[in-house]
Design a protein around this ligand. Sequence first.
Ligand code: FAD
Length: 317
Amino acid sequence: MNNYDLAIIGAGPTGLFASAFANLHGLKTITFEALSKVGGQVQWLYPQKNIQDIAGYKSITGINLINNLSLQAAKTTFITNHKVKIIERKENSTFSIDDTYTVKSIIIAAGLGAFRPKKFPIQLNENLQKHFHYFMTTPEDFTNKDIAIFGGGDSALDWSLQLAPQSHISIVHRRNQFRGLESSVQQLKNLDNVEFFTPYLPKDVNLVDNKIVLTLKAVGTDSIIEKKFDEALVAYGFRSDNLQLRRWGLELEEGLLKVSRTMQTNIDGIYAIGDTVNYPGRVPMIALGFGEAQIAVTNIMNDLFPDKKMTLHSTSI
Ligand SMILES: Cc1cc2nc3c(=O)[nH]c(=O)nc-3n(C[C@H](O)[C@H](O)[C@H](O)COP(=O)(O)OP(=O)(O)OC[C@H]3O[C@@H](n4cnc5c(N)ncnc54)[C@H](O)[C@@H]3O)c2cc1C
């Protein structure tokens, strides 16, 4: 029951399209995703942004792209909340994954590794945790509210711009300068319902009458202020690690996987695609990952069925 032709590790856009393309070629495919939802960086970092460099779409929001890719890959078995830890080669040239799944081939589409948000620096009790968010996937949850947004990068600014038409926004950042786009900062400065607290650092936080009561300290002074909010969004960036890749015996170059022109790693039967790989001239873009998925799946078909004449085009399958 746990036998598959192909296991894909990571369900970002690249892993999703590889799953769809493998389905098309009739490969029994299982795809693992460490996080609770598929979609990788697009799902978690910029679901509402318009992507304008995917062939065939003048513009498509991140979330719509991920929904479409998921529909296209519907025949795949998806296992979310499962970070793959162990890959072992078996004697009959199959692989065992986490001692549970037996697969004939593997595609690693793990991006920069399983990523998790950098946490708010003050310990939050269970009730406060319900009001602190690290992702903004459903803007409706933040309508008509007083929102604190922490951070100085593009995510903090994008979330502020997106929520400003419907809520009061307070941007809290430890510096006066922002890392994100200056044009976004200027746009936000022109809005009446957006306040800037810079350079401020959070010092204390409590929940009183279901409101976040936040103590902020002005950096370099003794000045303290107290503000109340309904919800808080934390955009301090992400940590990701691909230490796993080393443990699996894969060859890396500058922290990313080295692949041949067929997208195979140094281990026969293990391929890698998307942001997890590096080669001269590669750029971290979605469309490129789609093409790499097609190269990897086509070569896996050749590996698994060497005597079969490969049907290349979907129109002929
Ligand atoms: C703000 C921003 C805007 C961008 N805009 C664009 C754009 O307009 N156009 C464009 O082409 N590109 C854009 N990009 C880049 C694009 O998002 C990435 O190139 C793309 O997401 C890479 O896809 P991927 O599937 O290779 O990796 P990811 O999207 O990183 O997905 C990898 C997935 O693998 C999972 N994973 C990792 N390790 C494991 C494991 N051991 N077990 C199970 N699962 C695992 C992770 O949890 C993750 O979900 C943007 C990126 C950012 C940050």
